[in-house]
Every structure is written in structure tokens, then in C-alpha cells.
Design a protein around this ligand. Sequence first.
Ligand code: HEM
Length: 384
Amino acid sequence: MPDQWMVIVTGPRLIEELRRFPDDTSSFYDAASDLFELDTSFGPDLKEDPFHVALLRGQLTRNLGNMFPNMMNEMKQTFDDLLPVHGDGWIRTPLLVPVIQKLVARVSNYAFVGYPMCRHDKYLELAIKHSDHIAWTRKLLIMFPRPLKYLVARFARRTRNNVLEGQKILLPLIQERIRIVKNNDKDNAPQDVLQYITEAALSKNKGIEGISRSIFATNWAAIHTSSSTFVYALLDLAAHPDYASEMREEVERVIGEEGWTKDAMTKLWKVDSFMRESLRLNGMSAVSMFRKTRKPVVFSNGVRIPAGTILVAAARDTHMDEEYYPDPHTFDPWRSYRKRVNSEREVEGELYSSYSPTHLHFGLGKHAWYDPHVNYLRKILSRK
Ligand code: HEM
């Protein structure tokens, strides 16, 4: 990178070692802050106290089962509104990416800010654009040495202005959520991310700006990652239409027996395997697991990395290694399906949303994520 070196860690053994370094030795937030200029464009708050992350991992994840039926209804309505199917079942959509981004933003925001805000066009537009603004700010600031970045960032305000504009739209909703927390009005407290964030923010004396910044940070993490994964899966489906009927048969059988429940989703093995293969060949980034060393570290092969170095894992290289993925250039959607079927017990590491040193799309270790939005493909396969 023009403004700093990056060391790429290759091979599962060393990647596993990278995973094991503790946060005070190799920090995810220091790396994210450098790579996306979070400090300069958001202020240090997001790096120093990313309190929303624990809420997403904890409260949101625990509550997804309860939210599931309503989210699926919102997903169905969103598909009907944005990709309506008429007559022979075919539709023409010239701009797939913006449509899918809006679809993902709307359904995600059902869980983030609830209905009806999740359908607010201007708010969704700002949530989607946020990521582009962060990328734009990064591209600009990368050209300046660190001391100058802060000066330039005072004028490069796209990211901050985006949050402030979004905050104006969210303001009445945030005020209502603050009222609920202050009055301890548990009966009227919605179960969504905005409510969790408001509760936590007030206990930390963070104001309205802190709340809306966390909501936008959540959107930043969720929208582009999930929408690009979904777009690639659709393109793979278009390139290999024969697989659609096999997956459609699976979706119809499982959903016919169990309905659209969270448990039923775990039984769609072929869809899961297809998504995983699509992600393997089209992963968003060639590298994963960003970390910045706070102390010198030494790998078992003797390589010593000084403090202040960005370390990343070689994701694409691993996903294309024939030792772990035979015939790696071939799109083989049933790779992990076969392993699961042929194994006597559940092979956790073969799931779309699992992590391992040879499946790095969602990172690895303490900061690894998973994508609950695999359901988009399931839903689209169930359409007639
Ligand atoms: C296909 C979809 C997604 C992909 C490929 C993806 C990928 C990743 C990766 C690679 C990391 C860094 C992990 C590490 O360095 O070990 C990460 C972190 C994170 N992701 Fe995602 N993600 C996806 C969806 C989402 C969604 C839907 C959300 C929000 C609901 C989200 C929220 C986050 C957050 C908050 C972090 C930071 C975790 C931490 O600080 O510990 N991601 N994601």
C-alpha cells in the first residue's frame, strides 16, 4: 500500500498462529482503523469503544430466532417490491447491484432499526453510500503522511456528513428509543439493534451522534459484504442454471415440511454448499484477518515481525490451493455437500458460515463473523 507495508501470512499453520496472537499483541481495531482511516474520518470513538459489536454478536444473534418470521416476511415483501415476478416468471433488471444492495439494506435494517424506518428510501440510500464514502476518504488520505491526514480529514467530510444527514432522519426514532430507556418502558421496547445500541450508549454517556454512528458502522459492515456475496451467487446461478432445479427441489421439500423457520434453514445443505463454493471463487477480498502488531511477534518459521506492522492472511491463495480444494478452478457447488453427506457426523467446518484456516471469508478467531443473510438465496429459490 502506498502509505505502509503489509505482511501476508500464508499457509494454514502460520494463519492459525496469527489467529492465536492476543489482541494486545496484534489488534484488529488498530488495523481496521489504519486501513479504513476510521480515526480520521469517524473520530477515535469507533476504534476505542466499538460497543455495538458485542451487541450484534450477543443480543442480535440471540434474538434472530424470534425475529426470523417477521424478517422473512419483510424479505418476501422486499423481493416483491424490488424484483416483482410477473407472467412467465422472468424479469429484466438492468442494474443488478443497486437493486440487490437496496434489498439487502432494507431487510438488514428491519433488524437494525425496525419497520417502517427500514423502508425509508433516503435513509437506505445513505446507509448504502456510507461504504463508498469510507472508501473515498481512504483513497484520498492514503496519499498523505499520518500527521497531515488529520489536517486533510478536516476538509474531507463525506463520511461524517453522511452520518449527520442520516442522524437527522433517525432523530425522532432515536428520541423515542431514548424515552423508552429512560422510562424503563420495557413493554414498548422493540427488539432491534437500535434499541440495544441506545441502551448501551446511554449507560456510557454517549449521545445521539454516538448512536447514529454505531448504526451506520453496522450498516457499513453488513450491506456491501452481504450484497456482493449474493450478487455473485446469482451470477453463478445464471452461469450454471442446471443446479437451480436441484436446489429448488431441496428448498421446496424442506420448507414444505418445516415452513420458513430458522431451524429449517440449517437443513438446506445444497444451497449452503453452493453459496460456499461461490464465495470461494469470488470472495470480496484476496486477504482476510487484518491485524496490526502492537508488540514484535515471531512466527514458528523464525520470521520476526516488528511492532506497528499490518498482518493479513492470504485468503484467495488458500481458497485456490489444490491441497484443500482439488481442481480449484472448477466451480463445483457440491464440494462441501458431498463431504457432509459422506461423513458420519456433522462436519462443522464445511458450512458456508464456518471458519477455519482454510476457509477465511469471515476471518478467523475472536473477530470472525458469519453471514446470516445466506437466506436471500434460499428465498429466491423458493419463488415461482
Ligand atoms: C457475506 C457477508 C459477510 C462477510 C464476507 C463478512 C466478513 C467479515 C470479515 C472478514 C471480518 C473480519 C474478521 C477477522 O478479521 O477475523 C468481519 C468482521 C465484522 N463483521 Fe462481517 N461479514 C459479513 C457480514 C456481516 C454482517 C451482515 C454484519 C452485521 C450484522 C457484519 C458485521 C461485522 C462486524 C461488526 C465485524 C467486526 C467484528 C469484531 O470487531 O470483532 N458482517 N466480517
